[in-house]
Design a protein around this ligand. Sequence first.
Ligand SMILES: Nc1nc2c(ncn2[C@@H]2O[C@H](COP(=O)(O)OP(=O)(O)OP(=O)(O)O)[C@@H](O)[C@H]2O)c(=O)[nH]1
Ligand SMILES: [Mg+2]
Length: 449
Amino acid sequence: MFEKLTGKVQDALRFVAGKSTISEKNIEDAVDAIKMALLEADVNLRVVRRFVNSTIEEAKGEKVLRAVQPGQQFIKIVHDKLVAYLGGADEGEMALHLRPPDTISVILMLGLQGSGKTTSSAKLALRLKKEGRKPLLAACDLVRPAAVEQLSVLGESIGVPVYKIEGEKNSVNVFTGALNYAKKNLIDTIIVDTTGRLQIDEPMMAELERLKSAAKPDELLLVADSMTGQSAVDIAKTFDEKIGLSGVILTKFDSDTRGGAALSLKTVTGKPLKFVGVGEKPEDFEPFHPERAAGRILGMGDVVSLVEKAQEVIDQEEALELQQKMMKETLTLEDWLGQIRAVKKMGSLQKMIDMIPGMQGQVSEEDINKEDLKHQEAILSSMTKKERANYLIIGPTRRARIARGSGTSVAEVARLLKRFEKMRGMMKKMAKGAKGGRMPAGFGGMPGL
Ligand SMILES: Nc1nc2c(ncn2[C@@H]2O[C@H](COP(=O)(O)OP(=O)(O)OP(=O)(O)O)[C@@H](O)[C@H]2O)c(=O)[nH]1
Ligand SMILES: [Mg+2]
């Protein structure tokens, strides 16, 4: 898995890794080498371009952290980019979205001939069985001779029932039969193996359309051969446009040394890579983890976690600084804007809040209105530096200008200023009262609250 890419990417980064200073030229050279590695790995050209541009932009724009070397920080940027392109850190999207086991879920498996549909159907069934579900395999590939037999043998080997109708020509009838069987036998998940063809053609799409309308699947999974690189991604795109997919399974990942399909899939199709097949046996099947895959490509886990820790220290220092400013009543609108941006950067206000001493667990993520946060940022960005440093100078004329500039209303600008004033008032009380004590609950001053 990724062997070829891994070697090349690591070579590209080895040069900058230990450097205490890096120049723009160093960054460009490293990114250039990564670009070549990605192209050789058969990553989609558009994806490579995006990767290159965004990495350079971010590397040059990043504030250098104390405690880590710039080279290490650069590696972290590349790491985060890889994670993003492999599907992001949101594992929720990659999970299967099935119904609770008291109703019947349907998973439709699609794909070209020989991509691994039948094998993956059995692998998925085994996995669901191990999770405590009761799966049924429906033999809806009625075209290839011996397809039904292949599924039956696999089903037997993993102890999962297979529904089939001898001599049946219509796959919808098989599905309907499977559904009735499922209802009678307390089955909670039907995995439907379908016919593959050498290429995407009308009869195939028409049959899948019919099956889809009959089965109303909860998951439509494309099974694609990762060894085919970009063409696996193109196939996913076409299937998604014609039938609609909920995710992708890349098979033969064990033999894919390049990883181009995995790296391009999410960006090109918008669909998550949910599972990978890593061998021929029913157990050789894994949920896909972008973080782990990126770690494997880079092989520099220690550097990544070092930079993460350094980042946390800096964030914590910033949070402390903010707290001190609050106590001293020197908090300005500039700080507020800084907070909103920090929250956006960290992706989670919760993390930020939890870093402020005394705030842990007092405010939950649900209390935060993200839309509101965006408005506030727009309003604050439309102010001049002078206005943010001293909110008292913002009279009616300035308010009107700020509202126009931010696409909001004068009333919204006024509301934000009022909130800010209220917060400062609260800070005053707090500073007078328990100095250094716990923050009061319902800390209404944090941005977005
Ligand atoms: N190494 C490896 N081989 C796999 C993997 N998945 C499937 N195969 C092999 O690929 C071949 C085709 O797999 P099938 O599951 O029959 O493919 P299919 O899509 O059902 O094929 P058709 O029904 O003919 O369209 C078989 O020899 C499998 O053992 C995998 O993840 N790794
Ligand atoms: Mg098959």
